[in-house]
Design a protein around this ligand. Sequence first.
Ligand code: ADP
Ligand code: MG
Length: 360
Amino acid sequence: MSKISLQDLGKTFPDGTRALTGVNLEIEKGEFVVLVGPSGCGKTTLLRLLAGLEEPTTGMVRIGGKDALTIPSKDRDLGLVFQNYALFPNLNVFENIAFSLKARKIKKEIIREKVAPIAEKLALADFLQKKPGELSGGQRQRVALGRLLARNPGIHLLDEPLSNLDANLRNSMRNQLAQLHEEHKKTTLFVTHDQVEAMTLGQRLCVMNQGKIIQVAPPSEIYNNPINRFVAQFFGSPSINLFQGKIENRENLVYFSNQQFSLSLPDIPLPETKEIELGVRPENWQIQSNSSSQSIRAKLKRIENLGDAQILYFKFLDTEIILKSSKHDFQTGQTHNLTPDWERVHWFHTSTGERILGQG
Ligand code: ADP
Ligand code: MG
């Protein structure tokens, strides 16, 4: 019933802003998909089109196989939770959660029976008589979720619901959302600009940029096989190291070189394009004890301690190289020989940014 299908969806606002172009996306019934991308890339617009709060300029929205564009918003069997909660300020927590049930003229006793377990689950049982203004951000956010659960629509649309919460609360709400989905298996489209939130919550991620879908895949696939430089850079913290250069043969050896350094390559599948960009994630470096043509001899400029790991900022001439290491025996000022873990590097087309696979 609640499978979602978007076909060639486009939205241009009256002022000429092109918010979405050629969006194609299928979300299976019961699936949890995270829509992720930088601010302004069209996530909210996509959600609003789906919810019927906005009309598309082109394309088709199908919900459960039916043309949703002919169905008014209130009949689309979906519920929205926004970043700013949108609670009724003059109603208390109980009344906020019960709002849709009351609107459906359900009997008082039954409403109470339905609200109680929801309030319990969301740890709101002690706050039922309070008004939203008397609650913390996390509590308000839970009321908004409670309202959604009480309505019990087939589709959950969540637009950056956790972005106003502090880090600890975000973590716990993230767990709570994952558990709720595990329990209720509602078709869910969750919007965020936060890569960690996306990675940890989504069964599949839909990565957007500038009004277009760039890649749709499970989190590990997005991280390990990004379709282009944009996706590779968006996920991972610190971001992937990128070096422009070319692959060249010299005296029977193959090198990746640019104006700053030259690295001899082992026998790995290499792209055929010669002008190329090399991508190495901070966790994909090896430190060699000896200096050789296989490594860059770089100086450690700065250390950031994350507790369980260290971020190491190296420099060689004007090239900055960022490493992530779980070892703790580094000191600034030291020089180390750095070699990419060649099995894990990515190659990108310098001009288009597309990822290129190695051959042979
Ligand atoms: P996101 O949620 O990813 O941050 P939005 O969907 O809110 O992005 O916005 C996508 C683009 O459309 C942005 O450039 C935004 O300024 C523009 N936009 C959003 N709503 C309107 C509107 N009602 N009129 C004109 N432009 C809009
Ligand atoms: Mg938005």
